[in-house]
Design a protein around this ligand. Structure first.
Ligand SMILES: NC(=O)c1ccc[n+]([C@@H]2O[C@H](COP(=O)([O-])OP(=O)(O)OC[C@H]3O[C@@H](n4cnc5c(N)ncnc54)[C@H](OP(=O)(O)O)[C@@H]3O)[C@@H](O)[C@H]2O)c1
Length: 317
């Protein structure tokens, strides 16, 4: 249970990756400023988190089951929090989807929206009324750079994050009237199970319904570039956890938070040309015309962004 002065932080999707790291970082806060309610849909996956939390487990960190896709689970979880009092809600749970559109079923696409979009909406609807009544609170949403810029073969995942960006941009205005902050975090690539799970799925797939030329572009052109980008630009879950802590501790939290400044020019390019042609053609050329050049650029970047330099690219240091 939270002691007086401690902020109650509820985080979704803490079984691995970014959610796990945020939970541990906040639970280990030197000033013991947080009581972390780390949630996951299957508590049988708790071991990694419990081990990483060490002696914080049961003190500044407690566990609750929560599936963001279930109305019942969300309500039960929030009802079991003392007085339903959540100071900071961190919507982190999410799933990826990668591949040629023709090979993806409508059910798979709906599952992505059910988790990445409606899952967040469901959480916000459950905690927002109490925050508005108390006239205090902070809602954080783990979006992605793909919530700001479309990426080939990530069509549906990107769409789910764009939907979230639009939803939050609209809601943030109303919430501000009630002194409730809303912040988006937009990481680029992060080395977590997210990437591994997607690459595993992709290697098992046969891409039914997709023509051979598209499959070839996906496997032989897109996938190697994507791996290069992850290796050269990828951040760690700990990097994202540190950014999240800074955002929630800021006296005037920013609405948008790109965690990797290497992506700033890409996002800026989109707004520099209102026809959209600049980004579409730049990505087309990078992928299909300048593939070898891009591979070389990524290799150079990988050397340049050795761990000491990479640390400097992370917002908001
Ligand atoms: N990794 C990246 O490159 C990257 C980049 C930008 C943004 N992001 C975003 O960061 C967030 C965290 O991803 P990650 O990289 O840490 O991936 P991860 O290691 O795969 O973690 C995702 C977490 O979400 C949970 N989850 C999935 N569906 C859920 C549901 N219905 N209810 C509750 N929890 C559910 C997973 O639980 P299970 O273990 O039960 O599956 C897992 O704990 C996601 O929103 C993702 O879109 C990731």
């Amino acid at each position: 249970m939270a002691s007086s002065g401690q902020k109650v932080v509820l985080i979704t999707g803490c079984s691995s990756g970014i959610g796990l790291r945020i939970a541990v970082l906040l639970a280990r806060d030197e000033k013991k400023g947080y009581h972390v309610i780390a949630t996951m849909r299957d508590l049988r996956k708790k071991d990694k988190l419990v081990e990483a939390a060490g002696n914080c487990y049961g003190k500044t960190l407690t566990l609750l089951p929560l599936d963001v896709c279930s109305d019942e689970s969300v309500k039960k979880c929030i009802d079991s929090v003392k007085d339903r009092h959540v100071d900071i809600l961190i919507n982190n749970a999410g799933i990826g989807l990668l591949g040629p559109l023709e090979s993806i079923s409508m059910e798979e696409m709906k599952r992505v929206f059910e988790t990445n979009f409606f899952g967040v909406v469901r959480m916000i609807k459950e905690v927002m009324p109490d925050m508005k009544k108390r006239r205090s609170g902070h809602i954080v949403v783990m979006s992605s750079v793909m919530g700001l810029q479309g990426v080939v073969f990530n069509d549906v995942y990107t769409a789910s994050k764009f939907a979230m960006e639009g939803f939050c941009e609209s809601l943030a205005v109303q919430l501000l009237k009630f002194n409730v902050n809303l912040s988006m975090i937009e990481p680029g690539p992060v080395h977590t199970e997210f990437e591994t799970k997607m690459m595993d799925d992709v290697s098992k797939m046969e891409y039914p319904g997709t023509d051979a030329e598209t499959v070839r572009y996906f496997k032989d052109v897109y996938l190697p570039s994507s791996i290069d980008i992850f290796e050269a630009m990828g951040q760690t879950p700990q990097d994202i956890a540190r950014c999240t802590k800074k955002i929630i501790e800021s006296s005037q939290p920013r609405f948008r938070n790109l965690t990797n400044s290497l992506y700033t020019p890409i996002v800026a390019m989109k707004y520099a040309d209102e026809t959209g042609g600049l980004s579409v053609h730049a990505f087309y050329n990078l992928l299909f015309n300048f593939g070898p050049l891009m591979h070389m650029a990524m290799s150079i970047l990988k050397c340049l962004t050795c761990s000491c330099l990479r640390r400097r690219t992370i917002f908001p240091d």
